[in-house]
Design a protein around this ligand. Structure first.
Ligand code: ADP
Ligand code: MG
Length: 963
């Protein structure tokens, strides 16, 4: 650095006697010299003590500005304050009133204004007495900031005017100066007058060195520096290259850093998503725990309610057990009751047996009574005169005087009266109820298992249909029979069960027609006998009737069906037999005995005889069939009465159908219907005759009279039998009633017993149920408790899991973050290393440059020393050749003479002796300042500005140059 500064200073110094010092002003500096004045430029005057220097205030300036600073001056010498003020700008100093003579001028500089540089910001020249003493001064480049720089020993010659003029010339920026010291030069310290001239030792003539030579020298040094600059430029380029490489690697590193940044971002995002999932999981957990809490509450409530229920059940159970105990306590009583009931039942059983026996007896007796009455009974009924008959003046021919006794008189022609006797005789005044009251006992027989046949016989219009069917308001035997059957069957329902069904048939022209059949008659109905010997018609509808309303529907259906196929209902009905068959199936509930019986209710066709001449064709056939069937009926009944071996049932469909109900132990009832009108008297007599034949007793008036006594006897017997029968019936009724009472009582007891047993069973069942329910609820409670425990456990495990997961996630995050931070740090470190590497490289390069510069300097120094050595050698040689120089003196004189008017004239080597070519510039009558000598020696050119040395070697006394 010092070397560099030296070279820098060398380049700046113009006067070789002056020098630049990098320190502040010291006292010792002024002791040797006589200090004329010291101007504290920009500052105030100060007196620094007895031995000190007196500083003058700034008065000699022309132009410029003052600049002050409080900054400390580094190495500021003994008076550092003088460097804290300065003048800056375009200015000069004129110091006058100085005695003529030689002076030395010291200038003090410091950079106190631009403390941050840079180099070259302030460059200026300094002139003293208009001669440049300092060239291109750059204080900052030389010493830096706040550090003094002295230019000392600048020679100044003061002439008669007594003035020293110091001028500062700006090359860049504004010149600056802090102090000016004028000293008187001592004789020995005054350096020889610098001159651009070479003075001849002999004639003292001054030879001026031409500017061209100076230029050449400058050019050479410029070339040298240019080379240096080139080198430096190359180095600079190299540096730039390195810098570029460093920049590329830096870019690469930045890219890597970006990549790492991206990775870091990704990781951050990942951690963010992980956090999100963790949050979600936490949310889920919260919801689960909420649900769990809710469930817990619910379960707790359920448990409480169950506990309440259990409590209730327990109390119920205790109540029930109490009741059960009570029941158990009452068991002996119950047993007693049961015993009593059993006794009663026994009694009841006995009574039942007795009742059964009585029933059988009653049935037997009843049958006997019926039989006593006669299995074939004939009731005669006479209708009233109708309106037509009355209006036409018909008279009644029937005498009902002895009707109560079953006698009837017909007033025949004249005064004769024909008497008839029947089982009952109904006058026109007797209504349907009276008629059925007598028939009902026959009807009961069908429920006892006997076959019964009731039919109405008589002339058309005498009331057959009226008696059997009746009208809706005045129902006949058919309806009332069924009604009675249902009533009695209901009464006997405890001991008998009856199954009643009904068929309705019509026999017309010896053909059977089913009146209940809904579809068209496909097949001819025939009478068959089954294996039991019962007669029946296969394929006939048997409508089951359970109650009386069903009966009416069936009877209506039959009646309606009979009307179909005929224009005149009455006409048709009068020529056909309408037969209602009631089939009864009886089951004795006490002994399980089953019987089947039939009740025929037949509305026969009109019995009137038609004159043979009156009818033809179809009507004839009808009449014949009617006659045949009615005759057959009469024949059958007659044969039965006569107990004939052969009963001609098959002579007609009618008798064939009625076979089971006619004869044997079956009961037959005939209603013989007659008209009271005198106009029908013939038919009436015919009908009555037929009926009498049926009854089997034919009484004529004469016989009647003869047998009155007998009759009376029979009558009395009958009355007696009747009264006996009534008594028996009465006793039977009473027995039945008592039996019923006992039965009902037994039943009541039975019921109580049953109820009690049922209640006990029920209570036992309830206890069992309650106990099982309690067990179940207790089980449920325990199960619920277990489930609750399980749930709690699962919840605990879940919570543990979640915690573990959270911990894991945290760990992962931490490790990942640490890894990435480590990576980032590594990368940063790498980057730094690389940067440092590049810096070290650059510092290394700098060092290299410095070294190179140092080497250069060394080389320069070497070359300089070599040159000096050579110079010394040369000098020695010159000394040796001094003699030769004397010889050439003449020649030099001649040259001088010749050159006096022609400045710059060159001499060739031919004109110079001993191979020395010299070109000299002469400046006569002036002090030579400097000159340049080119010496060609054995074709080797040395070029060096050795002005100072040369001048030093000059012999001043002789004032000539020695070679
Ligand atoms: P039949 O069937 O014998 O041909 P009906 O039964 O059709 O005779 O009777 C003929 C008419 O006489 C009917 O209008 C009926 O109402 C009436 N009649 C029959 N018997 C009586 C009676 N006992 N009381 C009142 N009217 C009767
Ligand atoms: Mg009729």
């Amino acid at each position: 650095m010092e070397d560099a500064n030296d070279s820098l200073f060398d380049s700046m110094l113009v006067d070789s006697s002056s020098k630049l010092i990098q320190n502040g002003f010291a006292r010792s500096q002024s002791s040797a010299e006589e200090c004329v004045m010291f101007v504290n430029v920009g500052g105030e005057a100060t007196n620094e003590g007895a031995d000190g220097v007196k500083f003058l205030s700034d008065t000699f300036f022309d132009g410029g500005d003052v600049f002050l600073t409080n900054e400390a001056i580094v190495e500021g010498g003994d008076y550092p304050s003088i460097y804290q003020s300065a003048r800056v700008g375009s200015f000069s100093y004129r110091i006058d009133n100085l005695p003529p003579g030689q002076y030395l001028v010291d200038l003090h500089f410091v950079e106190i204004i631009n403390v941050n540089g840079p180099k070259g910001m302030r460059v200026f020249n300094v002139y003293i007495q208009e001669e440049k003493v300092l060239s291109e001064l750059d204080i900052y480049a030389a010493v830096g900031v706040n550090k003094p720089l002295q230019l000392i020993d600048c020679r100044a010659t003061v002439k008669d005017d007594g003035v020293i003029l110091i001028r500062f010339e700006s090359l860049n920026g504004r010149p600056v100066v802090s102090g000016i010291c004028i000293r008187r030069a001592s004789k020995e310290s005054v350096p020889p007058v610098p001159s651009d001239f070479i003075e001849c030792n002999y004639c003292a003539a001054q030879i001026e060195i031409p500017s061209s030579q100076i230029k050449v020298m400058q050019t050479k040094s410029t070339a040298k520096y240019e080379n240096k600059i080139k080198e430096l430029t190359m180095q600079c380029e190299l540096k730039a290259k390195e810098c570029y490489e460093a920049w590329t690697s830096l870019t690469e590193m930045s890219r890597e850093v970006e990549k790492v940044q991206m990775e870091l971002d990704q990781v951050t995002f990942k951690s963010f998503t992980t956090e999100l999932t963790a949050e979600k999981q936490a949310e889920n957990l919260r919801s689960i725990s909420n649900r769990y809490e809710l469930d817990k509450k619910k379960w707790a409530e359920a448990i409480i309610s169950l506990q309440e229920k259990v409590q209730l059940m327990k109390s119920e159970q205790s109540r029930l057990s109490f009741e059960a105990h009570e029941c158990v306590d009452s068991i002996p009583e119950l047993n007693k009751m049961v015993y009593a009931v059993q006794e009663l039942v026994k009694q009841c059983e006995d009574l039942k047996v007795k009742y059964y026996e009585e029933m059988t007896q009653r049935k037997k007796l009843f049958n006997e009574v019926q039989e006593a009455k006669g299995n074939i009974r004939v009731f005669c009924r006479c209708r009233p005169l109708n309106k037509v008959e009355m209006s036409s003046g018909c008279t009644t021919v029937v005498d009902f005087d002895a009707a109560k006794d079953g006698c009837l008189g017909i007033l025949a022609t004249g005064s004769s009266k024909k008497l008839f006797r029947f089982d009952r005789v109904y006058t026109p005044k007797d209504d349907q109820v009276d008629v059925f009251a007598d028939a009902s006992s026959m009807v009961i027989s069908v429920l006892d298992g006997y076959n019964v046949c009731i039919f109405a016989y008589g002339q058309t219009g005498t009331g057959k249909t009226f008696t059997m069917e009746g009208t809706e308001q005045n129902r006949g035997v058919n309806y009332r029979t069924l009604e009675h059957l249902f009533r009695v069957s209901k009464e006997r329902s405890e001991t008998f069960s009856y199954d009643i069904s009904v068929s309705v048939l019509e026999v017309y022209n010896e053909q059977i027609r089913d009146l209940l059949a809904t579809g068209p008659a496909s097949k001819r109905l025939e009478i068959k006998q089954n294996y039991e010997g019962h007669h029946h018609v296969p394929g006939v509808v048997e409508a089951k009737v359970d109650n009386i309303s069903d009966v009416w529907t069936v009877l209506q259906a039959g009646s309606n069906a009979r009307a179909v196929g005929s224009n005149n209902v009455n006409e048709h009905s009068s020529r056909s037999h309408c037969m209602l068959c009631i089939m009864v199936k009886t089951k004795n509930l006490m002994n399980g005995e089953c019987t089947k019986s039939k009740l025929w209710l037949v509305d026969l066709s009109g019995s009137e005889r038609l004159a043979k001449t009156d009818v033809q064709g179809e009507r004839l056939k009808e009449a014949q069939n009617i006659n045949r069937s009615l005759s057959a009926l009469g024949d059958v009944i007659s044969a039965l009465a006569a107990k004939s071996s052969h009963i001609p049932y098959r002579n007609s469909k009618l008798t064939h159908l009625l076979q089971d109900s006619l004869g044997g132990d079956s009961k037959t009832l005939m209603f013989v219907q007659i008209s009271p009108s005198d106009q029908d008297v013939g038919e009436t007599l015919s009908s009555l005759n037929f009926a009498t034949r049926v009854r089997g007793v034919e009484l004529d008036p004469v016989k009647k009279q003869i047998d009155t006594g007998e009759l009376q006897k029979t009558k009395a017997m009958l009355d007696k039998a009747r009264s006996e029968c009534r008594c028996k019936e009465e006793s039977l009724r009473k027995l039945e009633e008592s039996l019923q009472n006992i039965e009902s009582k037994a039943k009541g007891k039975d019921n109580i017993h049953k109820n009690l047993q049922e209640k006990i069973k029920e209570l036992e069942g309830q206890i069992k149920l309650k106990t099982s329910m309690q067990n179940q609820s207790e089980k449920q409670v325990s199960q619920l408790c277990e489930r609750l425990k399980g749930k709690e456990e699962t919840c605990c495990t879940l919570q543990h899991k979640v915690k573990e997961l959270e911990r894991k996630i945290k760990e992962q995050l931490q490790t990942e973050t640490a890894n990435f931070q480590q990576k980032v740090w590594d990368l940063e470190k790498k980057l730094k290393d690389q940067l440092q590497g590049s810096e070290s490289e650059s510092s290394f390069l700098k060092d290299k440059i410095k070294e190179l510069e140092r080497k250069l300097k060394e080389q320069e120094q070497n070359s300089e020393s070599l040159l000096k050595q050579q110079m010394k050698e040369l000098e020695e040689k010159h000394k040796e050749r001094e003699q030769q120089w004397q010889q050439t003196h003449c020649y030099v004189e001649a040259v001088k003479a010749a050159a006096t008017p022609d400045i710059g004239k060159s001499r060739t080597s031919e004109e110079c002796p001993n191979d020395i070519e010299s070109r000299m510039k002469f400046r006569p009558k002036s002090v030579p300042k400097s000159y340049e000598i080119f010496i060609t020696y054995s074709n080797k050119e040395f070029s060096h500005e050795f002005r100072t040395n040369f001048l030093k070697k000059t012999n001043p006394s002789q004032n000539r140059v020695k070679f």
